[in-house]
Design a protein around this ligand. Structure first.
Ligand code: NAP
Ligand code: GLV
Length: 309
């Protein structure tokens, strides 16, 4: 790795621990935090980098995103030869599985209702719900969606999965593409969004699509805020077609103080925390891929900019 240059640029992240860990994982490489006018680098590790950084680094061979979703990066002008590489699990899928199962089970077992009653000193029982009445539809069966589908199936919920191309997963009823989208929705009561944000998926959680869920539907959006049309969710909660939602991601983050989601009694808000980037796993994965690229070997997780993920 002697002579190789790696830049780091991540908004809202303390750079020093990342620089230290990258230097340890890439001995001999020159690893620096990006500053305007920095020397030409071979690779960059980034999260929401400034356009100026990308414009100043036309020779980059690898642009490593510190997250799974590359929607924000694809809005920028990218160095022409750089391969854009998304984070490939790196400890995220298990977090996503526990988050989604928690939200699903909290809703299914009515734990919020019990919580409120217990706080009032009430000892009472609700009629048990049947799992068969709560088929869970997972939009996106990629790295995260597949793990979530398997975890949900472990709790004996019927599971439907929807992807662009057909996927065969044990215990998951598969639907693919536009032609099977409505049938997928109509077969699901709980909907989990784990799609990448692309021109095809923006606004996909809207009045038309959410209305097709079984009555009393429940939405768990852990992908991107722009998948959801906020007003349509509020209208469907108000008219009773949807029972509630857990939302981890928002069109504007942090969620603005005046946004109605904060105070809606049937919406649970979390601050984009369902699957966090874990430094150790992330650096191990990126360093491994930098080594592989330098040896001319193929790597997983290279984004197709035309497909958008
Ligand atoms: P991935 O491996 O790229 O999987 C994407 C899945 O979506 C694939 O199954 C793909 O279908 C499917 N898909 C894409 N476009 C589609 C379309 N138009 N119609 C139907 N299916 C479509 O992505 P991932 O690693 O699972 O991550 C998914 C997203 O989760 C990320 O893009 C990111 O936005 C979000 N995320 C959120 C958090 C958080 O903390 N909230 C953390 C990490 C990631 P094919 O299988 O046919 O390609
Ligand atoms: C987080 O949202 C990610 O895309 O990794």
């Amino acid at each position: 790795m002697a002579g190789m240059r790696v830049l780091f640029s991540a908004s809202n992240t303390k750079a020093q621990p990342w620089l230290d860990a990258l230097r340890q994982a890439l001995p001999g490489a020159d690893v620096q935090e990006w500053q305007p006018g920095a020397v030409q680098a071979d690779h960059a590790v980034v999260w929401s980098p400034p356009q100026q950084m990308l414009d100043e680094q036309p020779a980059l061979k690898g642009l490593f995103n510190m997250g799974a979703g590359v929607d924000a990066l694809l809005k920028l002008r990218l160095p022409p030869q750089a391969r854009l590489v998304r984070l490939d699990d790196a400890g995220m899928s298990v977090q996503m599985a526990e988050f989604v199962c928690h939200a699903l089970i909290r809703h299914f077992r009515e734990l919020d209702v019990y919580d409120a009653e217990v706080r009032e000193g009430k000892w009472s029982f609700r009629r048990p719900r049947l799992r068969a009445d709560y088929p869970v539809g997972i939009m996106g069966l990629g790295v995260l969606g597949e793990r979530v589908a398997r975890a949900v199936a472990q709790f004996d919920f019927p599971v439907n999965g929807w992807s662009r191309s057909p996927r065969a997963l044990d215990g998951v009823r598969g639907f693919a593409g536009e032609p099977e989208f409505d049938a997928f929705l109509a077969a699901s009561r709980v909907l989990v969004c784990l799609l990448p944000l692309t021109p095809q998926t923006e606004g996909i959680l809207n009045r038309r699509t959410l209305s097709r869920l079984l009555p009393g539907g429940y939405l768990i959006n852990v992908a991107r805020g722009a998948h959801l049309v906020d007003e349509d969710l509020l209208a469907l909660l108000d008219d009773g077609h949807l029972a509630g939602a857990t939302l981890d991601v928002f069109r504007t983050e942090p969620l603005p103080a005046e946004h109605p989601f904060w105070r809606h009694p049937r919406i649970t808000v979390t601050p984009h925390t369902s699957a966090r980037t874990l430094r150790e796993e992330t650096i191990a994965q990126i360093a491994g891929k930098i080594h592989a690229l330098e040896r001319g070997e193929p790597i997983a997780g290279v984004v197709d900019p035309v497909r958008g993920y």
